[in-house]
Structure formats: structure tokens, C-alpha cells
Design a protein around this ligand. Structure first.
Ligand code: AMP
Length: 630
């Protein structure tokens, strides 16, 4: 298999190329339609095929003789628990839990919200929903009640699945009160809330609505026959921060997703059935969907299901312990985790206590991999450290070396490697004209995008068009900036919009601005990302006070920090806000965020030609320096 030939074939004849990949998975009915244009001008794959994703992850694996192979290794240093769950066991847990959901009235097409920590029950929940053809929407357990409420109102779930708590180091985070509060706030009310009571904290139950996780499974009829769904039926909805307004419900279909993940796990990640794979992330993010649950299981791999942090579990050697203990062959991780380990153990001495010889290579993505971390990690592990690039919307990598093929492209520092076959990546200027090799611009992808890439936003198809297809006619707009060098290597320089990346979590500064500006003393504000060596970026707020307001600035900072924590969540890491006299604006009144970002990042900036008052920028720079923000 040669990269150049495959890439050429996929680019010149996408329909033919992906028709050739249909046999990767087992269909109940093979698709006759390979590629179709949707009503709103996007493209979908394998629309009329029939399949079931839970069947592919479980029953199909049993049919291939993997019943006694471990499907999930649950390892939770924060609760001192370990479990090895075989495909047979997982299959039986999923069929029973699907039966319980069916008893609650969940049928094909109904939505289920999952707000859970990293416990195996969460994977069971996802696969049980998939089995019924009921799209799940996993909401990351760190999100505040307001954020959960917005998602409940958009997804309108019949049932919400949760646990009594999440565990972070020695601290428990009670989930159930957050769910209760979110349901109170939301207009939509789910029929049932199913609560997995964890031994360390028991949640209060609301009579008539709440059900105990295990009690509700007693005596139910297992769903042994998975419900057939169409290739274009939704498997899940996953919310991602939009730059404005409510979060976007990215819709993943069943057919394209199954084929694409099978292709990715084998060809990009180089994993074979029986291999041990670790997606070191959380089910609340796309990586958790593609690389903790669906990808590895559908490909017959054993997956690590880790509930913990890279440090203090009990030390910064926990990643190395996991690799040794389960003989991990390859893993995925955000660079921020390795930066945290390095901070605690700069020489990497803890890694020397473990046998890491099972490891073939390590993948990183989610934010920029700085060269210092890259160098440290490659030296420590002595295996290829592979930077690759993707987004929630794509669900699988757009650029990466193909580690499963004999000729994976060499790494090139600062680059996320070459385009994956199926992704025709281009760079255009602000007018949509392609720029030359090495020139920076907007990174876009030629349509059609390959299978697996989302082609819809839940409830709002037009928003998909507006968000991704309108900026540059004929292209999918990734929202990332960067360039492609003369050899086809893709370099990502960052987001071109206002979403910031805190420890690999993509958060909308717009959402935080909304919260800050709701404070009684605030006239207007801008939240921008400042560079942070540990987290990549952290948000900082610039606040303009309402005229005549007298308030202690430190007190104001405390109050808005608490508000963001409450309404967006602690994961936003919003800890600093300073008062400024005014914000830089264009003559038409738009805040000049791009230039503020540069100031926050300590970069040179050019005076924007549209600026209203040139004196503001030096003023703001001094202010930010003076208060230690930069
Ligand atoms: P998310 O949808 O939360 O997975 O975030 C996707 C965004 O993270 C991308 O659009 C990029 O801005 C950023 N990203 C992902 N992978 C990389 C990478 N390898 N290097 C730089 N940025 C990345």
C-alpha cells in the first residue's frame, strides 16, 4: 500500500475509493448509494445501507471469536479499582442495559443524554443507545448545570443517564445535583433519570423520575437483536463550542462513521485486532467517542478505559504504569498531559521504573505540540511521537502519517504531517483564493469530505452551512489557520476565530463573555486566550466598567471568576479579569479580538487599518503587563 497512490485515488475519485472500503464492516444490508448530496448542500455516504454500530462493536467481534478477549481495561487510580471486561461480558451488559432503556420507552430516534464520569457503565450506556438506534449525547462531566441545561433543551432527551459523582484525585464532584439543577432550568423535561450510585457518594433520588442504574435492569429482556439503522441515521450528537450563541450539536451518522473509524484505526493508528489501544481522554470529547469506545471496539482491539489524571495518581508515573501493566501498543493523548508529567518529573525518571517495550508509537493532537515537549517525549520513549490533526466535526484525522502502512511519512517538526487520503486540504486567503506552498492562510478542505465527517448540526442544518460551507465557496472551512509546505506537510498555527483551547478543551470565549458581561458592574468585556505553558491557553477577561460604578477591582475579579466557574464550568480555568478603560474597536464598532489575542500572546501586532482609536492598543498592552496578565 503506498501513500501516494492511495491519496491520489481518494482525491481523484472519492466515490470509487470509498466504495472500495464498504467491506471493512459488516452491514445488514450493503449500501447501494455511496455518495449523495443532502438537501442543504453537504454530502453524505452510504445513506441507504443498514447496520448497527453496537452490533459491530460487540456481536460482530463475538462472531469473529473474540468473546474472551478483553474489550475494556478499566483502570481507576482515583478509586483504586481495576476491571477487565471481555467482549462477552460487555455484550451481555449492553444488551441488558438496552433492555432497561427500552422499558423506559427509548426507541429508535429518541435521544439520551449521558452525563457521566469515566466508569465502564458510561461505555455500556453509549453502546446500549447505539443498539437501539437512539442517538446519545454525551455531555462532559465537568460542565456546569447551565451548560447541561442548554444541551438538554437542544437534544430533548427522553432519558438522562448519570452517576452520583465524578472523582478527581481525593475530591468527589457530585453530578446528580447538577443534573437536577439543569433539569430545573431546562424547558424540556426528560421522562427518567438513571443514576449509577458510586460507593463513595450516594445521590438523592427524585421519586417517580429517578431510577437506580442496577435496579432498573432487574428482570428486563435483553436486546439481543440490535435495531437496524440506516447509514445516514444519527449515532450521536456531540456539542462543540460555537463562536456565537448556543453550542453546536455535531451529528455523527452510523454508516460513514463505522467505515471511517475502521479505516483510521487500521491505517492511521496501525492497530490490528487483538492489539491494546489507549485513548487517554474522556468520553465527553470526540476522542472519547472515536478512540476510547467505537474505534477500538469495532476494530477488535482491547481499549484502556482510564479514570484518572496524568499526575498525582499517585505520581506522574501513572501513564508509564498503565503502558506496562496492559502492554499498551499505542496511545492517543493531548500534549497538555505530557506537559503536566514533565512539570512533575522533568527528567522523566519515573518512566525508567517501567517496561515500555510494548509501545510502538504515540499519537498527540488537540492542540499545538510544542517542539520542547516533542523532543522530551521522543527521547524518553524512543518511539515515534506522531502529531496529527482533527476536529470534533471530522471525527477522525485530517492529517497524519499512515502508521499502518509500510511507508508512513517522516515527522516534520511543527507539522501535523500530510493529508490523510480522502481529505484534499487547501489553504486560501481571505477572498477564497488558493495561496502558494508555505503561505499562511485559512485551512479548508475540498468537498466532498470523506465518510465519517459530520454533515449536519442537530436541529439546525442551515447552521452547518453557515458555519462551515459559506465562508469559502466549494470548501469546508476548518476555522484553523496555517499552511501546507512544498512537500504537502500541513502546519496548523491556531484557530482563526475566538474559540480557545484550554488543556485540549475547546471553549468559546464568546460564551464566557456572555457570563462576564451579565455582572451588574460590567459595561462590556472581551475574553481572550493568553499563552500558558501548562494548559496551552487560558482565558483572561478585559472589563470595561459601567460609568459611575464604584467597585473594588479585586472584588469584581473574584465575582466574575465565580460566575464563569458556575455557569461555564471549572474546566474553563477562567481566573483573571482586569478593568480597562476601553476596548479596541473597528470604526463599525466591532471589538478587535485578533489584535487583542496577539497582545495576550505577547506577539508583535500591526495596527489594524480599521481601528477607531490607535491610542488604545498601547494603553491595553501596558494595562495587561501591569496586572501580570501577560
Ligand atoms: P476539537 O474539535 O475540540 O477536537 O478541537 C479541534 C481543534 O483543535 C482544531 O480545529 C485545531 O484548532 C486544534 N487541533 C487539533 N489537533 C491539533 C494539532 N495536532 N495541532 C494543532 N492544533 C490542533
Amino acid at each position: 500500500m503506498s501513500y501516494n497512490e492511495e491519496y491520489k485515488a481518494a482525491t481523484e475519485n472519492p466515490e470509487g475509493y470509498w466504495a472500495g472500503q464498504v467491506e471493512r464492516i459488516k452491514w445488514f444490508k450493503k449500501p447501494e448509494s455511496i455518495l449523495e448530496k443532502t438537501d442543504h448542500g453537504t454530502y453524505k455516504w452510504y445513506a441507504d445501507g443498514e447496520l448497527n454500530t453496537s452490533y459491530l462493536a460487540l456481536d460482530w467481534q463475538l462472531e469473529q471469536g473474540r468473546g474472551e478477549q478483553v474489550a475494556l481495561y478499566y483502570d481507576s487510580p482515583v478509586t483504586d479499582t481495576k476491571k477487565a471486561i471481555t467482549f462477552n461480558e460487555l455484550h451481555s451488559q449492553v444488551t441488558v442495559f438496552a433492555g432497561a432503556l427500552r422499558n423506559m420507552g427509548v426507541e429508535k430516534g429518541d435521544r439520551v443524554v449521558i452525563y457521566m464520569p469515566m466508569i465502564p457503565e458510561a461505555a455500556v450506556a453509549m453502546l446500549a443507545c447505539a443498539r437501539l438506534g437512539a442517538p446519545h449525547s454525551v455531555v462532559f462531566g465537568g460542565f456546569a448545570a447551565t451548560e447541561l441545561a442548554v444541551r438538554i433543551d437542544d437534544a430533548t432527551p427522553k432519558v438522562i443517564l448519570t452517576a452520583s459523582c465524578g472523582v478527581e484525585f481525593e475530591k468527589q464532584i457530585a453530578y446528580k445535583p447538577l443534573v437536577d439543577k439543569a433539569i430545573d432550568m431546562a424547558e424540556h423535561k426528560p421522562g427518567n433519570v438513571v443514576v449509577c450510585q458510586r460507593p463513595m457518594l450516594t445521590a438523592d433520588m427524585t421519586e417517580g423520575r429517578d431510577l437506580d442504574w442496577y435496579a432498573c435492569q432487574q428482570g428486563v429482556e435483553p436486546v439481543t437483536e440490535p435495531v437496524p439503522v440506516r447509514g445516514d441515521d444519527p449515532l450521536y450528537v456531540l456539542y462543540t463550542s460555537g463562536t456565537t450563541g448556543a453550542p453546536k450539536g455535531i451529528v455523527r451518522d452510523n454508516g460513514g462513521h463505522a467505515v471511517a473509524l475502521s479505516y483510521a484505526v487500521q491505517n492511521i493508528y496501525g492497530m490490528q485486532p487483538g492489539d491494546v489501544w489507549w485513548g487517554a481522554s474522556d468520553i465527553g470529547w470526540v476522542v472519547g467517542h472515536s478512540l476510547i469506545v467505537y474505534g477500538p471496539l469495532m476494530s477488535g482491539c482491547s481499549a484502556i478505559f482510564f479514570e484518572g489524571k496524568p499526575i498525582r495518581c499517585p505520581d506522574a508515573g501513572v501513564f508509564w504504569r498503565i503502558i506496562e501493566e496492559y502492554k499498551v501498543n499505542s496511545m492517543f493523548c493531548a500534549p497538555t498531559a505530557f506537559r503536566a508529567i514533565r512539570k512533575e518529573d522533568p527528567e522523566g525518571g519515573l518512566s525508567k521504573n517501567y517496561d515500555l517495550s510494548s509501545l510502538k508509537w504515540v499519537f498527540v493532537a488537540g492542540e499545538k505540540l510544542d517542539s520542547s515537549t516533542y523532543g522530551w517525549l521522543s527521547e524518553l520513549l524512543e518511539v515515534p511521537v506522531v502529531d496529527h490533526w482533527w476536529q470534533t466535526e471530522t471525527g477522525w484525522p485530517m492529517s497524519s502519517p499512515m502508521m499502518g502502512w509500510p511507508d508512513p511519512s517522516e515527522a516534520r517538526l511543527g507539522s501535523t504531517n500530510k493529508a490523510v487520503p480522502g481529505y484534499d486540504i487547501r489553504v486560501v486567503d481571505g477572498e477564497g483564493t488558493e495561496v502558494g506552498a508555505g503561505e499562511t492562510g485559512n485551512i479548508v478542505v475540498t468537498l466532498p469530505m470523506p465518510p465519517g465527517v459530520a454533515w449536519d448540526i442537530w436541529n439546525q442544518p442551515q447552521r452547518y452551512v453557515d458555519s462551515y460551507l459559506t465562508a469559502f465557496e466549494g470548501y469546508y472551512h476548518t476555522g484553523d489557520g496555517g499552511y501546507v509546505d512544498e512537500d504537502g506537510y500541513v502546519v496548523i498555527t491556531g484557530r482563526t476565530d475566538d474559540v480557545i483551547n484550554v488543556s485540549g478543551h475547546r471553549l468559546s470565549t464568546g460564551e464566557m463573555e456572555e457570563v462576564v458581561s451579565s455582572h451588574a458592574a460590567v459595561a462590556e468585556c472581551a475574553v481572550i486566550g493568553a499563552n500558558d505553558t501548562m494548559k496551552g491557553q487560558i482565558p483572561v477577561g478585559l472589563i470595561v466598567l459601567k460609568a459611575g460604578v464604584e467597585i473594588d477591582e479585586a472584588q469584581l475579579e473574584k465575582e466574575v471568576v465565580a460566575m464563569v466557574r458556575e455557569q461555564v464550568g471549572a474546566l474553563a480555568c477562567f481566573r483573571r479579569a482586569v478593568v480597562v478603560q476601553r476596548l479596541p474597536k473597528t470604526r463599525s464598532g466591532k471589538i478587535l479580538r485578533a489584535v487583542l489575542r496577539k497582545i495576550a500572546a505577547n506577539e508583535e501586532y500591526k495596527m489594524p487599518p480599521t481601528i477607531d482609536d490607535e491610542a488604545i492598543l498601547p494603553e491595553i498592552t501596558d494595562m495587561m503587563k501591569g496586572s501580570g496578565l501577560i
